[in-house]
Design a protein around this ligand. Structure first.
Ligand code: IPM
Ligand code: MG
Length: 370
């Protein structure tokens, strides 16, 4: 039977394809055990798309992404593509998806699993029970600002990038942060560099005004400079609930927050567009870890971030809260049972492979659903 749930998988490069295979297993499990089925199609992005079509994403793939209910994205990039031209480098595919799908709100949770406390470089008491959410603006700022590039300046060559934000671009991402905080601990920290950057001052003023006028009096709003935020994340991350910040600071701070949890291989993300008249929103889900070319094809990759990204898709795109919970609980179960891929290995432990980890999650799902 045709499903009304349309999922586009873009595995990409490096470890992307191998972690996506493990999502297929969970999709099969859901079809069998929960009678939840998806129309899944798969296509190329990044270096893989360049090899096939000479572009980091083809127009046809873009069309599919625009029409999909959710896109599951693996990872892009690899050393063989490092010297490609700017417009065809693998990252250009991801940036085009973000921009054309208008995925302005990037949700990057950093949650520590009790079973993995020792995998973090920080002391257990600093990170035990950590549950923070970074909401990163994803379609504007210095990633897309114009003008950019080389220019002549007083007879010399110089190069510029432009940090630019409209009020509406700040407001819509801050709204997402406030709304999400309401379902959590009702605290938002807005992060910029208002001590140095005009866009930072504008960001702070805009968020403050929205908070006052937008019906958010139940949300506690604080402001922090980005450099201080990086320091506070390492010093005492549990002071945060939701952090909302611009594209570039969000890129940096989310890597920092990711490492608090012990492994980049554990962290999912969701990139969401605006809700349209039909109640639908474009969305792309991807693990934070990237393509990890050094371990690609060796069965060493940790598929849990990809599986948790799929759980986010179940939650945010398909409103399947119960199924999302199941996948997340199954991940907890395998960790509690001591299953570890190489990236989260403790002293004296033996790693399991990518495929074994995916199988273990499906077995845990079986037990949960029994
Ligand atoms: C991320 C990545 C990307 C970014 C790269 C691959 C373009 O670092 O998603 O955090 O800088 O946004
Ligand atoms: Mg990054």
């Amino acid at each position: 039977m045709a499903s009304n749930k349309n999922l586009l998988m873009l595995p990409g490069d490096g470890i992307g394809p191998e972690v996506c295979v493990e999502v297929r297993k969970v999709l099969d499990w859901m079809d069998r055990r929960r009678a939840v089925s998806f129309d899944v199609s798969e296509d190329l992005v990044g270096g893989a798309a360049y090899d096939a079509h000479g572009a980091a994403i083809s127009d046809a793939t873009m069309d599919k992404a625009m029409a999909a209910d959710a896109v599951l994205f693996g990872a892009v990039g690899g050393p063989q593509y490092d010297k490609l031209g700017w417009d065809v480098r693998p990252e250009a595919g991801l940036l085009r998806l973000r921009k054309e799908m208008d995925l302005f709100a990037n949700l990057r949770p950093a949650v520590t699993f009790d079973a993995l406390l020792d995998a973090s470089t920080l002391k257990p008491e600093v990170i035990r029970g950590l549950d923070i959410l970074i909401v990163r603006e994803l379609t504007a700022g210095v990633y897309f600002g114009e003008p950019r590039g080389l220019q002549e300046w007083n007879g010399a060559e110089r190069c510029i990038d432009t940090q630019a934000y409209t009020k509406a671009e700040i407001e819509r991402v801050a709204e997402v942060a406030f709304d999400l905080a309401r379902k959590r601990n009702s605290k938002v920290t807005s992060v910029e560099k208002a001590n140095v950057m005009k866009t930072g001052v504008f960001w702070r003023e805009t968020v403050t005004a929205l908070h006052a006028a937008g019906g958010y009096s139940d949300i506690e709003l604080g402001h922090m400079y980005a450099d201080n935020c990086a320091m506070q994340l390492v010093r005492n991350p549990k002071q945060f609930d939701v952090i909302v910040t611009d594209n570039l600071f969000g890129d940096l701070l989310s890597d920092c927050a990711a490492m608090l949890t012990g492994s980049l291989g554990m962290l999912p993300s969701a990139s969401l567009g605006a809700i349209d008249e039909t109640g639908r929103r474009k969305a792309l889900y991807e693990p934070v870890h990237g393509s990890a070319p050094d371990i690609a094809g060796q069965g060493k990759a940790n598929p849990l971030a990809m599986l948790l990204s799929f759980a986010m898709a179940l939650r945010y795109s398909f409103d399947l809260q119960e199924d999302a919970d199941l996948v997340e609980q199954a991940v907890q179960d395998v960790l509690s049972a001591g299953k570890r891929t190489a990236d989260i290995l403790g002293a004296g432990e033996t790693p399991i492979s990518t495929a074994q980890m995916g199988d273990a999650v499906c077995e845990a799902l079986d037990r949960r659903a029994a």
